[in-house]
Design a binder for this molecule. Sequence first.
Ligand code: PLP
Length: 294
Amino acid sequence: HSVARENICVGNGGDELLYNYLLAFGGAGRTLLNCPPCFSEYAFFASLCQTEVRDVWRDPATFELDQAAVLAAAPECNLAIVTSPNNPTCDVAPLDFVAALCDACPGMVMVDEAYVEFADDSFGAATTAQALIAEHPNLVILHTLSKAFGAAGARLGYVIAAPEVIDVFAAIRQIYSVNVLSQAAALACVRARDAYAPVVAQVAAERDRELAALRAMAAEGMPVEAWPSSANFVLVRTPHATRVRERLRDEYSILVRDFSYAPGLADCLRITVGTPQENDEVLAAFAALVKEEM
Ligand SMILES: *Cc1c(COP(=O)(O)O)cnc(C)c1O
C-alpha cells in the first residue's frame, strides 16, 4: 500500500478490527452512522459496545447510498462506516462522497474495503479511498485477506490510517490476537500478490459475464433483477427466492446466500462468483428453477 509501518494495525480478521473500532470510538452515548442494507456485523458490534445506530437506508430500488441524507445525519454521529464495495449490494462509494462524509462527521469514518481488490484491474488501487487519509485524518480503511486472497481461515485483517489513529487501535488490541502462524500465512499471501492478480481478474470478468447472463434472463421476460457489481458476488432478486435457494442446494448441490430475511432485501440471493464451469452450472440451474417457480 506504499504506507509506513506506523499507518497499519493488524487484527484477527477484519471482524476484530471492526469490533475494536466500535470499542475504541463508540460506546454509551455515542452514535454509529450506518447505511443498510450492509454488513450486519456493524450493528451487532455496535450493540455489544452500547453504541446507538443511526441507519440511513439506501435507495430501496437501486441500493445506491442516499448521499444527501448521510451527509445530513453525519454531524450528529460520532462515527461512521461505509462499505465499498458494499456487501451484499455490490456498489462502490464514490470518493468525493467519502471525502464529504469525513468533513461532515465530527468523529471517525471507516471505509470497509473487504472486497476492493475486485473493483478494478489494479487490485483496488484505483478504487480505494486510502489517498484521502492525507487530508482527512479521521478516515480509516479496513482490509482483509479473507476475500481476494482466499485466506479467511488465516484470520488476518488490517486497517490503514493516520499514525494517531493507529495508536488508538494499538492501545486497545488484544496483544496476542494475531498468532505467528497467521502472520506467516498472511506474509506468504501478500508476497505472492502478483500471483493472485490474474485470479482476481478472472473472477471480475466472470462476475461481469454472470451479470450479463442474468440481465439476458430479465430481457427474456423472466422475473430476475440483478444489480451492477464491483465485488466477487452478484445480488439477484427473484420471486420465491427462498425456495429457489433451497432447490439449488438440494437438487444441484449449489450453495448461495439467501438474504430474503434481511430488511430491504426481500427475495434477494447473493451468488458468489466461482470458476467458469461453476458459474455456467449455477446460471443454468438458476434459470431452470426460476422458470419452474414462475
Ligand atoms: C468478510 C468481510 C469482512 C471481514 O472478514 P474477516 O474474515 O473477519 O476478515 C469485513 N467486512 C465485510 C463487508 C466483509 O464481507
